[in-house]
Write a protein that binds this ligand. Structure first.
Ligand SMILES: Nc1nc2c(ncn2[C@@H]2O[C@H](COP(=O)(O)OP(=O)(O)O)[C@@H](O)[C@H]2O)c(=O)[nH]1
Ligand SMILES: [Mg+2]
Length: 322
């Protein structure tokens, strides 16, 4: 994918964005990128895969690797989410460790560091959600930093930012740019991600399902794309893609919830995700949604592989499809 003709001033940097669930990793990535590419909800485990989000500032290519929140777990599904975060350390020039500044710092850091179980080389700590802090309380970040250094002695810099009030985001972005090394860009111009459009279509459907059903069905849904016909190059087609997707649920009772009375929920998920997908693809789409009961899909190796969640270092040794 390396582009053959590169500008002599080109620079590039890959940054792994790490942290506990819900600290604001995807919000930060979207903010810096200027595009709502990654999905954000107020529930943990919204991001399930490591996703390269790519943009360019002047001649500097910045690849932010959004990751699932790292947390201690015995569940196979969650072990695979942690593994995605662990994998993002490979090839990263810089790690941003995000800490929710409104929550206890020590617990977040020890859980993330022990679960990653890898040496964090070049690492900066980013305290998030500064807009929610009552600064009158006089927060002492030096104490926080001391705690962090107990776990990661190599921490070089710290930032206090907010994706909502935008505080210090420009300073963070400038510092990332300054770290970039001279060299060729890894992605083609205009390419936003290593994940394809089909992947993001599934994400946007899942995001809307999460949003609508968050009280009833926290995590037990997944979306698989059954059919994706790219029609963008067909001159006589009024739509750019014909898409058919399935929302997988764990139990029949959950199917009824996702469908809703007279199909009201599934209709709403369809119409809301359609708007975001059409923005991504730049044209109208045909979208068919189905709800399928796939008992314990989150333990089914074949489905996990289909969702891009490969075996983890600490996966159970024996796996069989149900
Ligand atoms: N007030 C405030 N909320 C934020 C900020 N960043 C993220 N959030 C919220 O925190 C929740 C989790 O955000 P998300 O980016 O999905 O976190 P992730 O799980 O670490 O990727 C969402 O409800 C966001 O709207 C911030 O800077 N300020
Ligand atoms: Mg996320």
């Amino acid at each position: 994918m390396l582009i053959s003709h590169q500008h002599p001033l080109n620079r590039s940097i890959m940054v792994a964005v790490l942290g506990a669930p819900n600290v604001g990793k995807s919000s930060l990535v979207n903010y810096l990128m200027g595009v709502d590419l990654s999905v954000v909800t107020d529930k943990p485990q919204t991001t399930r895969n490591k996703i390269n989000c790519v943009f360019t500032v002047d001649h500097t290519e910045i690849i932010l690797v959004d990751t699932p929140g790292v947390h201690r777990t015995n569940k196979e599904f969650n072990k695979r989410l942690n593994q995605q975060a662990r994998d993002s350390l490979e090839g990263a020039d810089l790690n941003l460790l995000l800490i929710d500044s409104t929550k206890p710092v020590g617990d977040q850091i020890s859980e993330v560091v022990s679960t990653l179980n890898k040496e964090l080389t070049k690492t900066w700590v980013v305290f998030t959600k500064s807009d929610l802090l009552d600064l009158k309380e006089g927060i002492n970040f030096d104490v926080f930093l001391q705690k962090i250094r107990e776990h990661i002695p190599s921490v070089e810099k710290t930032f206090l930012v907010s994706s909502v009030s935008e505080e210090n985001m420009n300073i963070l972005l400038g510092s990332i740019c300054d770290e970039a090394k001279e060299g060729p860009h890894l992605f083609d111009e205009g390419q936003m991600s290593n994940k394809n459009e089909r992947f993001f279509v599934g994400e946007y459907i899942r995001e809307q399902a999460f949003e609508l059903l968050k009280e009833e069905l926290p995590y037990e849904i997944a979306v698989v794309i059954d059919e994706y016909k790219d029609l963008s190059r067909e001159n006589d087609s009024p739509i750019v893609a014909q898409i058919s997707a399935s929302i997988l649920v764990n139990r029949p009772s959950q199917r009824a919830i996702v469908v809703g009375s007279k199909g009201s929920n599934i209709k709403e998920i369809g119409s809301k995700s359609r708007m975001k997908i059409e923005r991504l693809l730049g044209g109208q789409i045909g979208l068919k949604l189905h709800v399928k009961v796939s008992e314990k899909w989150f333990k089914n190796n074949m489905i996990l592989e289909q969702l891009g969640l490969h075996r983890a270092e600490d996966s159970n040794r024996v796996w069989r499809a149900r």
